[in-house]
Design a protein around this ligand. Sequence first.
Ligand SMILES: NC(=O)c1ccc[n+]([C@@H]2O[C@H](COP(=O)([O-])OP(=O)(O)OC[C@H]3O[C@@H](n4cnc5c(N)ncnc54)[C@H](OP(=O)(O)O)[C@@H]3O)[C@@H](O)[C@H]2O)c1
Length: 419
Amino acid sequence: MLGLGTVGQAVLSALTDNQETIAQRAGGPLNVKRALILHPERHLGHANLITTQWQEILADDEIAIVVEVMGGMEPAFTYIRRALAAGKSVVTANKEVLANRGDELFAAAELSGRDLLFEASVGAGVPVIRAVKLGLAGNRVHQVCGILNGTTNFILTEMAQGMVDYQQALAKAQALGYAEADPAADVDGHDSARKIAILASIAFSSRVVEADVRCSGIAQVQAADLAWGSRLGWVLKPMARARLVAEGLEVASYPAWVGPGHPLAHVDGIMNAVSVRAEPLGEATFTGPGAGGPATASAVLGDLIEAARNLRLGGHAVGCTCYRQLAIFDPARAEDAFYLRLTVRPERTVVSQIAATLAEHRVGLRQTLQAAAADGRGEVVVVTETCRRGDLDRALAHLAQSPSVFTLRPPLVVEAQSA
Ligand SMILES: NC(=O)c1ccc[n+]([C@@H]2O[C@H](COP(=O)([O-])OP(=O)(O)OC[C@H]3O[C@@H](n4cnc5c(N)ncnc54)[C@H](OP(=O)(O)O)[C@@H]3O)[C@@H](O)[C@H]2O)c1
């Protein structure tokens, strides 16, 4: 094992607790021989296992499978590549490595004829990688979308249900251990971006990397937005979506409004879910715990048993399935409906002025709502028809110059099924 933290320790416990079952299913017992860690003083209870010397693991021919649960880009990437090159199978939970340099690792696995398995890297306990890669292999996927980050789903759920602001919800997430001290990767949308890159690569058989994913976070969302959303019958979700459009693949991670009929509308708190639209399947949604040691260990163990069985029987798992390269669609041309919130001078003509400016840039208006705001200002919420993001950005730049508009919050996507 590389790493003995939250996930590593949960894997170790489950290997002991479920020893009998795992041995039966793997075709023999699985014994942990070594665990690489950084701080030996934190692991005194595992003195017989721990090492700080990676070479001890790499050079040990008795070690057939390496479980990488240390995280981060380096040295994890190098260790996985070297382990594969040395003829060991690898099970990893590391989305950062896979979403950025997965192609190199699949090539190394192919060359050595060993397994590279990564179920825990997306959705933790939700076995969605296998479902999409194997269970849906006969389908043509049109769209895969999901809630892939439990931290931000928890924060938005708290904001909506407790009507607290972003900072209070983040502080609660940190106090409960759902958010890290530095929550940037979660709240800026990068964690979801990595996961949707991995999922999209499998669903569309075309390599997608983190840099291909249009990304926006939740830090700009205010309690007032959640209150407006509730009036509209919507909830805000940390969405990750990959969809096939005429010109290629559009992949994004962003907060989005969903209506009560959307498959992700009732996925709350730290839960994760993935919804796949495909032919001939139709639509299927997979839900489960998206974080935490035990849930993540569940996925790692499934991979571990598959790798062990393959080594025993002389086969290997399905490797890289990216047989084509689809173009990544220009985000400025992506089409969605949007929610806008503006504070304005309380004039009778202000809504018609906003509508006229939007129309000049080919942005249609589906709905407007108005309320009095503080300091004698007015507040206007606009829901647009489906339009190009680039057109909307030009319209907003124009509106920002208007003497009738005081503030303009960042637009939020309204998912199609929320209409
Ligand atoms: N936690 C979750 O809910 C979850 C869910 C899905 C996927 N994952 C993924 O699982 C992986 C592990 O996450 P985690 O939460 O278990 O992390 P963690 O609690 O921070 O544990 C990391 C472990 O790796 C060791 N480590 C880190 N850098 C090392 C280095 N350079 N050399 C040797 N050992 C090193 C640490 O050693 P010390 O203990 O000595 O410091 C620690 O034991 C990450 O890729 C993460 O993204 C986590």
